[in-house]
Design a protein around this ligand. Structure first.
Ligand SMILES: [Zn+2]
Length: 70
């Protein structure tokens, strides 16, 4: 299911800016994971970050904990 945000939940504005941020390190369960790209959906009107996400969440896990892709 794809959720599409149509309006900012804070100011009801309907225009967003997509921003990418290189996150040099992130911590998952206390362990540093390097090289993740953070994507942000930012309200053009009030600047609220409505959504932040990584494109490949599996990459946040150690190789042995990733789901096998066949
Ligand atoms: Zn807003």
């Amino acid at each position: 299911m794809k959720v599409h945000i149509e309006r900012c939940p804070f100011c009801a504005h309907a225009e967003f800016i997509q921003a990418r941020q290189y996150a040099p390190e992130a911590y998952v369960s206390g362990e540093a994971i390097f090289g993740q790209q953070l994507n942000h959906t930012i309200c053009r009107n009030c600047g609220s970050v409505v959504r932040s996400y990584v494109e490949n969440p599996e990459n946040l896990l150690k190789k042995k904990n990733r789901r096998a892709k066949d």
